[in-house]
Design a protein around this ligand. Structure first.
Ligand code: CU
Length: 279
């Protein structure tokens, strides 16, 4: 196929380039499209040829043909062979789409370092079991990302962010998708397929980004009147920069919690603790 097909068809084919699963989906799509295009040209070509060649003419008498066993067996077998080939290519690529690989050598050391950083019950872990597991929470109308690193067993103190997910490059990221209200759909086209966030369920996907950069997406399931504003951004940065960002995020949250605690204590002293929510 060379370079011609990818460039010519880029507009019609899935976005890719961010993560290996997206690339595999894209190449599978292009292989199928190429085969379909060849068949389309052959079938339409034969149709146009027959229309022109055998058009009605004065005095011409149409040949009366009743069946052609060899031709009929031929196109039935050919169609079966094409379907089989597509099925084989699809299944050959499926595991690379579904199953995350290990982090690369330049990946983030935080991935899988402590128990909390393991993706505990996800069915799709990389072969060495180590990934940076981020919980993606869909809610009307914003995505929240909760990172490993809670300092309490109930998960409190975990760093989190909204809308923009920051991730380290060359690191296998597993995503645990949940929803707090209605069904949402996580989709960053360059980083893999769509996955729904359904209330009461966990859904899993993964990505591994080699190049630093910004990847944009959008909630892909109509989830209410604010759906159009429910965008998502993934910012991939080198691991050292990610570690610094995560530590800073944690610090900001600790500071905000301390400030809220002080404010509640002050209010409690003024109006009585019973009047303050979460004293
Ligand atoms: Cu949504």
């Amino acid at each position: 196929m060379g370079h011609l097909l990818p460039t010519t068809l880029a507009f019609f084919t899935p976005e890719s380039g961010g993560s290996p699963n997206a690339n595999e989906i894209d190449s599978l799509y292009k292989i199928t499209l190429a085969i379909a295009l060849v068949i389309f040209v052959l079938v339409e070509g034969a149709l146009v040829y027959a229309l022109v060649k055998f058009r009605s003419r004065k005095g011409a008498v149409a040949a009366q043909i009743r069946g052609n066993t060899r031709l009929e067996v031929g196109w039935t077998v050919a169609a079966a062979v094409i379907l089989l080939a597509l099925a084989i290519v699809t299944f050959a690529k499926l595991s690379a789409i579904q199953n995350p690989p290990n982090s690369g050598p330049a990946g983030d050391a935080l991935a899988g370092e402590s128990g909390l950083l393991y993706a505990s019950d996800t069915p799709k872990l990389p072969p060495n079991g180590k990934s940076l597991n981020i919980t993606v929470i869909g809610r009307q109308y914003i995505w929240q990302y909760v990172y490993p690193g809670a300092n309490e067993p109930d998960g409190l103190g975990a760093p989190y962010s909204y809308q923009e997910m920051v991730v380290p490059t060359d690191t296998t990221i597993t995503l645990n998708l949940v929803s707090e209200d209605v069904v949402h759909s996580w989709w960053i086209p360059e980083l893999g397929g769509k996955f729904q966030a359904v209330p009461g369920y966990h859904n899993y996907t993964w990505m591994k980004i080699l190049k630093p950069g910004i990847y944009r997406g959008q909630c892909a399931f109509l989830c209410g009147r604010g759906h159009a504003r429910m965008t998502a951004t993934v910012r991939a940065v080198p691991p050292a920069q990610f570690d610094a960002w995560l530590a800073y995020q944690k610090l900001l949250i600790a500071q905000a919690n301390a400030a809220a605690h002080l404010a509640r204590a002050k209010l409690g002293a003024e109006v009585g603790a019973g009047q303050v929510e979460n004293p």
